[in-house]
Design a protein around this ligand. Structure first.
Ligand SMILES: C[S@@+](CC[C@H](N)C(=O)[O-])C[C@H]1O[C@@H](n2cnc3c(N)ncnc32)[C@H](O)[C@@H]1O
Length: 214
């Protein structure tokens, strides 16, 4: 098995992405609910792995005038996003959210949907620290993402990923593969990153919505 480079994986599927994604996660409920956990005063938002903006459709229903910084690797999905929201205040960056330097204390909230489950916990901790620093003092991180049932699933998945990458000769770069973590690990990473409070709010099939307050 060969893994595809992350941005290219999603761009190659851009024409069917929205329909397939909603089917895969069992309907739009996760997106409706995630927008509901943003703070009531959200006017400046950062979206990590925004894709075509499925979560933003719901965000704009609640906050039509929000300014959103949107980061994603996939050129194809970012094109869909720009077509969907021609009149919204978007800053769209085709970039790796691990590499991008976020301004400190700048966002009312950071949202991410169905994107962070592609990464190891060590990599996520440093990202959660950056998210924490980028939030205003009463800011909130809302992460709606695919999670693992238990540690056994995590260990199995990591071993599979390791084997595939070794077969591919461990190329540098980001490759598409799902590495969901357990809800316990997610919450402990948020607290380790400096958040004062973190909780799992709701489950939607294999996904869950987490909130973490600065
Ligand atoms: C399953 S899609 C989710 C997109 C959108 N948030 C949604 O829920 O429909 C995952 C997205 O994360 C993006 N992504 C993955 N890793 C990324 C990274 N390191 N930096 C920026 N975007 C990333 C992919 O390009 C892809 O668009």
């Amino acid at each position: 098995m060969q893994l595809e480079e992350m941005g290219a994986f999603f761009s190659a599927r851009a024409d069917i992405y929205d329909k397939k994604q909603i089917e895969n996660i069992g309907g739009p409920g996760l997106y409706d609910a995630a927008a509901g956990y943003l703070p009531g005063n959200t006017s400046v938002l950062l979206d990590l792995g925004c894709g075509s903006g499925l979560e933003l459709e719901r965000v704009f229903t609640r906050f039509p005038n929000a300014e959103v910084v949107c980061i994603d690797l996939s050129e194809g999905l970012l094109k869909l996003l720009l077509d969907k929201f021609p009149a919204k205040k978007l800053t769209v960056l085709q970039a790796d959210y691990f590499e991008y330097s976020y301004p400190d204390c700048s966002f009312d909230a950071v949202i991410s949907a169905e994107s962070l489950h592609h990464y190891f916990k060590e990599k996520k901790l440093s990202l959660y620290e950056k998210i924490h620093r980028s939030l205003k003092p009463s800011g909130r991180f809302v992460n709606a993402d695919y999670i693992a049932r238990d540690e056994e699933e995590v260990i199995r998945t990591l071993a599979e990923y390791d084997q595939i990458m070794r077969n591919m000769g461990n190329p540098p770069g980001l490759y598409h593969f799902d590495i969901p973590l357990t809800s316990e690990t997610e919450l402990s990473l948020m607290i380790k990153a400096g958040f004062a409070r973190a909780s799992m709010e709701r489950r939607f099939g294999n996904s869950a919505i987490f909130t973490a307050d600065k």
